[in-house]
Write a protein that binds this ligand. Structure first.
Ligand code: SF4
Ligand code: SF4
Length: 123
């Protein structure tokens, strides 16, 4: 056990220092640029090759042809491991994992649906 004389200056010092903890959720969290969060899909750039579906280790993606040469990506968020393999595999870079991380929900059914659209446009 440390002596009181040892602890006192440290206790007083900690009263004067700012806390090391972040203010989230009372203030926006700072997310590293390389963070792998919500998947964004650019339907304009997608060529329908299916490599993302083939390479996803979690079976979290389905590709649906909605019109001639037009594709929609169905995303099973509840299965996704946010590994980034789909982004790596996509030749035209039609998939990007964004820094959005607040994906929790009490509605399990809402975890499956069309992937959020990226507004990035064709690469
Ligand atoms: S991030 Fe990984 S687990 Fe999630 S959809 Fe892409 S390949 Fe599948
Ligand atoms: S890998 Fe890219 S281009 Fe190919 S189907 Fe998936 S999203 Fe579309």
């Amino acid at each position: 056990m440390k002596s009181f004389a040892y602890m006192l200056p440290r206790l007083l010092g900690s009263l004067l220092r700012r806390p090391f903890t972040v203010k989230y959720p009372f203030a926006p969290a700072e997310v590293p640029p390389a963070y792998r969060g919500e998947l964004l899909f650019d339907a304009e750039a997608c060529v329908g090759c299916g490599l993302c579906v083939r390479d996803c280790p979690a079976f979290a993606l389905e590709l649906v042809e909605v019109a001639e040469n037009r594709y929609q990506l169905v995303f099973h968020r509840g299965r996704c491991a946010f590994c980034g393999q789909c982004q790596e595999s996509c030749p035209p870079e039609a998939i990007v994992l964004s820094t959005a991380f607040e994906l929790a929900t009490a509605d399990k059914g809402s975890l499956t649906g069309p992937a959020a659209q990226s507004s990035a446009g064709p690469k």
